[in-house]
Write a protein that binds this ligand. Structure first.
Ligand SMILES: [Zn+2]
Length: 424
């Protein structure tokens, strides 16, 4: 088993050790790996993400070699595996190494992890909500609470209490106890029975839990705890949060986005939600006015077209290609033509990208049960589209389709073809 130096010194960033084992590149293993006698590198576990850093090998005649540690993992046998960025000139077993941990990354992880303990304890203290899991991501962290929902007042309450504990700068200590003693102490979370000795992390007079992670030595070092969104998950409610530097970065990002939004509205920062509400309402109203106007326009155009078109075989056939209106308007126009009450057929197209066709006829019902000779719109559309590889279809009275984008189809020509087929 690798001796874990971080257990007793979370502050250690530099250490000396000896190479115990080396796993070279193989077809199965894309990265070489090194196992040391002892290490201060933290392997991904307990929700906390691994460290990164450097191993400097004193290679004697070969000179010093710097190896980049890109990932650190726990092996099943209790050893810690340092994965190296490939390709690397590997040291030999027995070689002396000096390890250096990326300090910023480790400090960030300590802030997040200690912040999580404080936050989880705050949820228990105030609302009896237990944390069932902890996740540390690249941008934010999250805990899953064993509760179906968390109210926004509870989010604010837990955040306030957790930050109070941060401001009080309480000592954070690590100690080891037997399992029996741990049970007596009443931990917030007791791990499943495995080890005889437990490592406890204590935030003085506030939280006591079993944990193998690296923690700050006083709660003030967490900096601040900022709660963000909540989300329903299978095991309860997920609460996103960020601590320390991340909280500052996130707040800066939020502020920048909000400032941009405020500038667009020429509004004050906190008036942005009101401005957005107003804008949404306005655009709803405009959309409705536009739809009404288009509906009226289509109706007037349909009436004019019918008036100017002589009857053929007891019905009026309107053929129209719109070059300045979309397929939605073409459809509206066709509906108006065929719903006025007189037997009519509308063969309509829009040449606006993507071009499309709408064929419609007055239904037997709408024309008073006595229509002139009718056609099958669905079949007619399929027939003219099949010649150009278009797709579409519909019923006997209404059909809609499109021609493939980018292909040079003369839509007016298709309309003439359709009109010819039904003897217009
Ligand atoms: Zn922990």
């Amino acid at each position: 088993m690798t001796k874990r130096l971080y257990y007793d010194s979370a502050e250690m960033r530099e250490f000396d050790s000896v190479v115990e084992d080396v796993a070279p590149l193989t077809p199965e293993q894309s990265r070489p790996a090194v196992i040391l006698r002892e290490t201060a590198f933290y392997p991904t576990s307990g929700g906390q993400v691994h460290d990164t850093g450097w191993l400097t090998v004193n290679g004697g005649d070969r000179g010093a070699e710097r190896l980049r540690v890109s990932e650190v993992a726990d092996a099943e046998d209790g050893r810690i595996v340092h994965y190296l960025e490939a390709p690397a000139k590997l040291p030999l077993a027995g070689a002396a190494v000096h390890g250096s941990i990326d300090p910023e990354r480790r400090r960030d992880h300590m802030q997040q992890h200690s912040g999580q303990h404080v936050l989880s304890a705050a949820f228990v203290e105030l609302y009896q909500m237990q944390t069932v899991s902890f996740h540390m991501g690249e941008d934010y962290c999250s805990i899953d609470l064993a509760t179906p929902s968390v109210k926004s007042a509870q989010i604010a309450g837990a955040e306030k209490r957790a930050n109070q504990v941060v401001f009080e700068n309480r000592p954070v200590r690590v100690r080891y106890v037997s399992r029996a003693e741990a049970e007596r102490l009443g931990l917030r979370k007791l791990p499943p029975a495995e080890r005889d000795e437990l490592r406890l992390v204590e935030v003085a007079d506030f939280d006591l839990s079993a944990c193998g992670g690296t923690h700050v030595s006083a709660s003030g070092q967490i900096g601040s705890i900022l709660l963000r969104k909540t989300e329903k998950v299978r095991q309860g409610t997920r609460v996103e949060f960020v601590c320390g530097d991340r909280a500052v970065r996130m707040a800066r990002r939020d502020y920048t986005a909000l400032s941009e939004a405020a500038a667009l509205f020429s509004a004050k920062l906190w008036d942005v939600p009101d401005q957005i509400r107003k804008s949404v309402e306005e655009s709803k109203l405009w959309r409705k006015q536009k739809d009404d106007a288009l509906d009226q326009l289509a109706e007037l155009m349909a009436l004019a077209a019918l008036q100017n078109q002589p009857e053929t075989n007891g019905r009026k056939i309107i053929v129209r290609a719109f070059s300045d209106r979309d397929i939605g308007f073409a459809k509206l126009f066709a509906q108006k033509v065929t719903r006025v009450g007189m037997p009519a057929i509308a063969l309509v197209a829009s040449t606006v990208d993507p071009p499309g066709l709408v064929f419609a006829q007055t239904s037997a019902q709408a024309s008073g049960g006595a229509p002139g000779p009718t056609a099958d719109m669905g079949a007619l559309l399929k027939q003219v589209l099949s010649s150009v590889g278009g797709r579409g279809g519909g019923s006997r009275d209404f059909a809609q389709g499109g021609v493939p984008a980018g292909c040079n189809v003369n839509v007016e020509q298709l309309l003439r073809e359709a009109a010819g087929t039904i003897g217009a």
